[in-house]
Design a protein. Structure first.
Length: 127
């Protein structure tokens, strides 16, 4: 199994990483678990935003990998795209938490381009 398929698990865990960082050290009430994030500020608020964006990025990434796998895109190309996507998404979250909007947007764009590249490669193989 190539890295591209493993990236599905990694990408699925990224939102949870940002959620943990958003809640770490904050007062927590398990009766009202969303209250912590609803009242978050600073890096906790930005980590929560990173979590939300990671969930949004997950579905198109999963679809791109599965389509590429289904039509027979080369494993090497899929693995490179997956490595770029995961690195970009990690950087995106870090830049979100550290309030670096330009770098965050560039990381988002790089991850988006990696995802689109799999759709383009799949279309070429299927043509």
């Amino acid at each position: 199994m190539g890295f591209a398929l493993w990236s599905l698990l990694i990408a699925s865990l990224l939102p949870l990483l940002w959620a943990v960082l958003a809640k770490a050290g904050a007062p927590y009430d398990n009766h009202q678990p969303r209250t912590v994030l609803a009242n978050a500020t600073g890096h906790r608020l930005r980590a929560n935003w990173a979590q939300q964006n990671a969930w949004e990025a997950l579905t198109p990434w999963v679809a791109a990998v599965l389509v590429a796998q289904w039509v027979g895109v080369s494993q090497a190309l899929m693995d490179v795209a997956a490595l770029i996507f995961i690195a970009a998404r990690l950087a995106h979250g870090v830049f979100y938490m550290t309030d670096r909007p330009t770098l965050r947007s560039l990381a988002w764009l790089l991850g988006f381009a990696a995802m689109v590249s799999l759709y383009v490669a799949a279309a070429r193989v299927a043509a």
